[in-house]
Design a protein around this ligand. Structure first.
Ligand SMILES: Cc1cc2nc3c(=O)[nH]c(=O)nc-3n(C[C@H](O)[C@H](O)[C@H](O)COP(=O)(O)OP(=O)(O)OC[C@H]3O[C@@H](n4cnc5c(N)ncnc54)[C@H](O)[C@@H]3O)c2cc1C
Length: 427
């Protein structure tokens, strides 16, 4: 049965009040029709409205229903694959542009939060934690790489320093990015959606797009209505299904799971993460965690290829929580949920046009909170006719998954098993 509400997450339970938006009815005209009200869609809509475009957003369920309303809330800079890969696959000019943009998404989030006064528990500081010297070497190389593109605020943490910011004995060191940080992800997108409406944008919930009719003026169809537009932006990411078959063939939805403890005492919370930074480790299938505004531990990890919902999320994630923080072994888990992100074979986002007037961005492959905000900006620039930065992303190759739609899950799982073994054995 199709879902009609947010998943039962801590975020849905602590969401700021928000209006419910009526489904699309009848035929309407606009400049840009956006499909999907996650960060990509809402960020694009907001940039376009700020530049005077008329925008209608169609959302299948509720604003923030997808990954944007249920993620780990970690503001992680750069892309899921780093700039050295782009340097090798795309050349110096593109790498320079993408390298310069790698930290822009976090700036956009902070500007939005300040400009529209969005209450989303924004905190500064994100840590990458290393289990071994090899991973420390990778972090050092990454710091050097990012510094070449002008991002100089990173600090390496030795064992003593990492123990000051994370109270666990699992790590040998790490790297701190003070331009990273964390947010209540659903409240961020809800606040941005209100900003869209404050500028005259229209958002329809419970309005699943069933068909896009291509042409000089594309028509976007739902069961009860149509939107005729000059441009369409496809921003359905891992929840898009097969609406645009050429996008579905080159990406794979994957599930990742999150649990949230009961509120911790101030003392306990402070002893675990004294500076209130968020943390992600350097394993291939990484764990990510942080404190919520009301001092719960929000802990995520694991990947289910093909986005099947695991039967018992708590049983899957809790062992890693306890391994990291044995201090939490008697703490109750109040919420557990799963959500889908979209994996691409290169782990770089897929950006492009279908015909002249249908734009898309998808597939941030796990790290998407910052990239999707940048995506909104570059899509809006391209629609306005300034496509230089959009083209830097759009010219990256999009590969189909080996095995096609039928065998891509087992093929990818075997690859991931190999990397997991490498992490376990430390080579
Ligand atoms: C559990 C989890 C934890 C994560 N943690 C982090 C993290 O800590 N840091 C980080 O950087 N990234 C994280 N990510 C990734 C990040 O959340 C995503 O990359 C990002 O939110 C994607 O945003 P989006 O707008 O592209 O897609 P989504 O937020 O998924 O939005 C797509 C929207 O489109 C709608 N839609 C789809 N099809 C249609 C249609 N046919 N008609 C109308 N509407 C449609 C959906 O209902 C949905 O609301 C996480 C992801 C998950 C799932």
């Amino acid at each position: 049965m199709a879902e009609t509400q947010h998943t039962t997450s801590y975020y849905a339970a602590s969401a700021n009040p928000t209006p419910s938006r009526p489904p699309l009815q009848g035929r309407h005209e606009t400049d840009v029709c956006v499909i999907g009200a996650g960060y990509t869609g809402i960020s694009t809509a907001l940039f376009l409205l700020e530049q005077g475009f008329k925008v209608t957003v169609l959302e299948a369920v509720k604003v923030g229903f997808g990954a944007s309303g249920r993620n780990g809330g970690q503001i992680v800079n750069s892309y899921s694959r780093d700039i050295d890969v782009i340097e090798r696959s795309a050349g110096a000019q593109q790498a320079r542009m993408m390298g310069e943009m790698a930290f822009e998404g976090a700036r956009i989030i902070r500007e939005r939060v300040a400009k529209y006064n969005i209450q989303c528990d924004l905190k500064n500081g994100g840590v990458f934690a290393a289990f071994n010297e090899k991973q420390m070497g990778h972090l050092q190389a990454q710091k050097k790489l990012w510094e070449r593109y002008g991002h100089t605020q990173l600090e390496m943490l030795d064992q003593r320093r990492i123990n000051e910011v994370v109270n666990t004995d699992r790590y040998v060191g790490g790297m701190l990015d003070m331009s990273g940080g964390h947010i209540h992800p659903l409240n961020l997108v809800l606040g941005e959606a209100e900003a869209v409406e404050s500028l005259g944008g229209i958002i329809h919930e419970h309005s699943t797009v069933t068909r896009i009719e291509q042409g000089a003026k594309p028509v976007v169809h739902t069961d009860k209505g149509q939107v005729v537009a000059n441009f369409v932006v496809v921003a359905g990411n891992a929840y898009l299904g097969n609406l645009v078959p050429q996008l579905a063939a080159k990406s794979m939805p994957c599930g990742t799971q999150v649990i949230t403890t009961e509120p911790l005492s101030d003392e306990l919370a402070q002893s675990l993460l004294p500076q209130d930074y968020c943390v992600e480790d350097c394993a291939y299938l990484l764990d990510y965690y942080r404190l919520s505004g009301d001092k719960r531990m929000i802990f995520g990890g694991g990947v289910v290829y093909g986005a099947r919902d695991p039967a018992n999320v708590e049983a899957l994630v809790r062992p890693n929580l306890i391994k990291t923080f044995p201090q939490l072994k008697d703490v109750k888990i109040d919420y557990a949920w799963t959500g889908n992100f979209l994996l691409t074979l290169s782990r770089l986002p897929q950006v492009g046009r279908i015909g002249d007037n249908i734009y898309y961005s998808q597939g941030c492959s796990g790290h998407g909170v910052t990239y999707t905000h940048l995506a909104g900006k570059i899509l809006a620039e391209a629609i306005r006719g300034q496509a230089e930065r959009f083209d830097a992303f759009a010219s990256l190759p999009h590969y189909p998954f080996p095995g096609g739609r039928l065998f891509r899950v087992p093929f990818t799982a075997v690859g991931a098993w190999y990397y997991q073994m490498r992490d376990k054995l430390g080579f």
